[in-house]
Write a protein that binds this ligand. Structure first.
Ligand code: K2U
Ligand code: ZN
Length: 167
């Protein structure tokens, strides 16, 4: 396994729309293993393939504190959603930035797992937030785009200043 580099906002590659996975082959299985190592090391509770510059419809989530319940979603589709809920969000591609985002409270998602079998999951709470956040990444959308243009401008300037300071 290997730790992968996570793209940082506002890298233009984060705006790429991911393509469907055609076959759950060894390359996909290796990528999932590397993404999981990267996510647990960050640490994070979710990671989309887009964030590691792999533009395919693949995301992983593990909301357990024990890091022992990895969920793999291949070609995920939200088939129904209900309600509305506000949650404080962060993103491994936007380090140090947290803000409130409104999303569907409950969702039903279908996807393929690493064995190539289709499954359906009804999710709410943190799992629902995380699935929606990661599926946005597969659409080339970062959570800060839900914020005001003023906040987005301040975030871009803050992150660009941080990069310059490290040079
Ligand atoms: O996309 C990512 O960078 C993964 C996020 C997933 C996430 C975003 C918003 C709300 C929940 C999960 C990272 O895990 S960000 C770090 C984090 C960890 C726990 C709770 C919130 C954010
Ligand atoms: Zn994110």
């Amino acid at each position: 396994m290997a730790k992968l580099s996570i793209l940082r906002y506002p890298d233009h590659r984060l705006y790429t729309v991911a393509q469907p996975v055609q076959s759950v082959n060894e390359r996909i299985k290796r990528l999932v293993a590397d993404m999981a190592e990267t996510m647990y090391d960050a640490p994070g509770i979710g990671l989309a393939a887009t964030q590691v510059d792999e533009h395919i419809q693949l995301l992983i989530i593990d909301i357990t504190e024990e890091h022992n319940d990895l969920r793999v979603f291949i070609n995920p589709v939200i088939v129904s959603s209900d309600g509305s809920a506000v949650h404080e969000e962060g993103c491994l591609s936007v380090p140090g930035i947290y803000d409130k985002v409104t999303r569907a409270e409950k969702i039903t998602v279908t996807a393929m797992n690493l064995a190539g079998d289709m499954f359906t999951l009804e999710a709410e709470g943190l799992m629902a937030v995380c699935i929606q956040h990661e599926m946005d990444h597969l659409l080339g959308k970062v959570f800060v785009e839900y914020l005001s243009t003023l906040k987005q401008s301040r975030i871009k300037n803050k992150l660009k200043k941080r990069v310059l300071e490290t040079m």
